[in-house]
Design a binder for this molecule. Structure first.
Ligand code: ACO
Length: 323
């Protein structure tokens, strides 16, 4: 049995924030953000939490797949910004969607910006083992919860959103091809503040684990990581770069992707990019980009598509899907 994408969907909060809006509250400007990152707008949540965005994306993916939602027997949410430490966001999604099949496995996975790829790789294994037959795989984030607006070089980059795939099983689909690697982040390139230990029985109030990033180090890592993931997938699948129709990467920064495209002599227009509209939504960025590309008619039968994630860990990962 191979996995097959049956339907996709995405959602973003109502509140759209332009670079000019940000410049009203932090010392930045549209020209700097656009030139360094390619980002023009992002959506920041006022009232939708991660599970709310995940549910909206899932409902759209279920509609796209035209399946009976009660057939779903697994919900996997990739997120680094869950609603709460427990229960897992996937359990909240199950409750909000009122899904009650005879057996149901739910769990969250935190692989930061590579999280959605790790989730696809996990679901592939669960489907092949026969443990799961129909899964909701979701990447969902409310990164605005952990942004420090006094740190202008990170605060302008991120947005909130969710993307979802319904993944079923199929006997004739080509198997997905995966790659993943991790390099321990000894330099603390991409982290959040830790939550303090509390063995002293004090009440620690108001600890927000803000996101911290060493931008140039991330940039150097990302350029190498994206190229490596693509090359490893090509090697494993015995395909040439010319045989790849689309690459759907994590949407961190347009300059990272143009460096990779130039190095690999790969036409830039084969990279699906939408960070201009959504900013960097971490584990949600790849499924949002896929679902948006599908709704624009860019994804067709018989295409070879590589999905690539890279980020905190430092993890980088890719999956080839032959439609
Ligand atoms: N607006 C205006 N000026 C700014 C801003 C801002 N938002 N942020 C920083 N600056 C200023 C700095 O203060 C500095 O000014 P100075 O020269 O007077 O000291 C100047 O711009 C250059 O600052 P750098 O930090 O050196 O800027 P850099 O050119 O490295 O660009 C950036 C920063 C965009 C973050 C870049 O390092 C980058 O693209 N890194 C990749 C990181 C990335 O994409 N992360 C995404 C999250 S991780 C992930 O998803 C994998």
């Amino acid at each position: 049995m191979s996995p097959k994408i049956l339907g996709v969907g995405y959602s973003v909060p109502d509140h759209r924030v332009t670079n000019q809006d940000l410049a009203q509250v932090i010392d930045t400007n549209d020209a700097w953000i656009t030139e360094r990152t390619g980002i023009k707008t992002r959506y920041l949540s006022n009232h939708e939490n991660t599970s709310d965005l995940a549910v909206m994306a899932a409902q759209r993916a279920i509609k796209d797949a035209q399946i009976d939602p009660q057939m779903i027997d697994c919900i996997l949410v990739a997120t680094l910004t869950p609603d709460a430490m427990m229960p897992c966001t996937a359990a909240l999604v199950q409750a909000k969607l009122n899904l009650n099949s005879q057996r149901m496995m739910v769990f969250d996975l935190n692989g930061a910006c590579s999280g959605f790829i790790l989730a696809l790789q996990t679901i592939d294994a669960l489907i092949q083992s026969g443990q799961v037959t129909m899964a909701l795989v979701i990447g969902a984030e409310t990164l605005s919860k952990i942004l420090d607006y006094s740190d202008r070089s990170t605060a302008v980059l991120f947005g909130d959103g969710a993307g979802a795939f319904v993944v079923g099983q199929d006997q004739i689909c080509k198997p997905w091809v995966h790659f993943v690697n991790t390099q321990g982040d000894t330099e603390q390139t991409l982290t959040t503040d830790g939550v303090e230990l509390n063995g002293s029985l004090r009440n620690i109030q108001g600890q927000t684990p803000y996101l911290r990033m060493k931008g140039q180090a991330v940039f150097r890592f990302a350029v190498k990581a994206v190229e490596d993931a693509i090359r490893q997938i090509l090697l494993k699948s015995n395909l040439s770069i010319e045989e790849i129709d689309l690459i759907i990467p994590h949407q961190a920064n347009a300059r990272i992707l143009s460096h990779v495209a130039e190095k690999m002599k790969f036409p830039m227009d084969k990279f699906v990019m939408n960070m201009d509209e959504f900013g960097n939504t971490s584990s949600a960025s790849i499924p949002i980009a896929y679902a948006q590309a599908k709704s624009k008619g860019l994804i067709h039968q018989d295409m070879n598509i590589i999905l690539v994630g890279f980020g905190a860990g430092l993890i980088w990962a890719g999956t080839l899907i032959e439609l």
